[in-house]
Design a protein around this ligand. Sequence first.
Ligand SMILES: Nc1ncnc2c1ncn2[C@@H]1O[C@H](COP(=O)(O)OP(=O)(O)OP(=O)(O)O)[C@@H](O)[C@H]1O
Ligand SMILES: [Mg+2]
Length: 213
Amino acid sequence: MIELQDVRKTYGDQVVLDRFSHGFATGSFTAISGPSGIGKTTLLQVIAGLLPIEEGQIVIDDQITDTKVQALHPSLRQVGYVFQFPALWPHLTVRQNILYGLMHQPRSLQEDRLSDIITKLDIAELMARRPAELSGGQARRVSLARTLITRPRFVLLDEPLNNLDARLKDQILSMVADYWVKQQATVIWVTHDPGEVSGLAPVVGTFSPFGLV
Ligand SMILES: Nc1ncnc2c1ncn2[C@@H]1O[C@H](COP(=O)(O)OP(=O)(O)OP(=O)(O)O)[C@@H](O)[C@H]1O
Ligand SMILES: [Mg+2]
């Protein structure tokens, strides 16, 4: 369960979250849409612990993670985040990027998960490359692999299908759907087109500064 209670977040004079309240039930799949610039990415960033909040609180699985005076470190939230613009480490290879979050795990577990995920996403031949040598669609899949390989309980995806062709859209959607079902994860999927996930019968919400409507 991710629960936002009366959360306030501003950038200077601009109020983006204004007593924002919403609960994301455990195991739910929520699609969030809304016009550009309204605050969808900001919402994901406060849930991930990447931005501080100014009022209210966020509770993840009975633990208060954020108030106006404290915030649990992002790495301790079990939240995986696939950014709107893939942010890969430029100096690491694709393989090193994907395995980054499993650095302290046994080698055998790393190899098992890696081979599974790169096969499903069809990126096995890219392992030795660096991010600058990838196309946009390849970088998007590497970014998804890097997030899911750590098996986060909560997965935030920011417009993950933007600017992809139909085949890649299907590949990414089925990877996330599979993960959601198998891991019983809680998924928040930001999109301009909620129709793209309609087959998963998501909770559908339109962003407003006060909550989802
Ligand atoms: N770091 C920042 N400093 C100041 N203003 C910001 C910052 N980040 C975002 N904003 C502003 O806050 C508002 C919400 O931005 P946000 O990125 O959350 O929108 P969005 O709904 O994700 O938009 P899009 O659909 O275009 O991705 C926008 O008006 C944006 O310009
Ligand atoms: Mg955005």
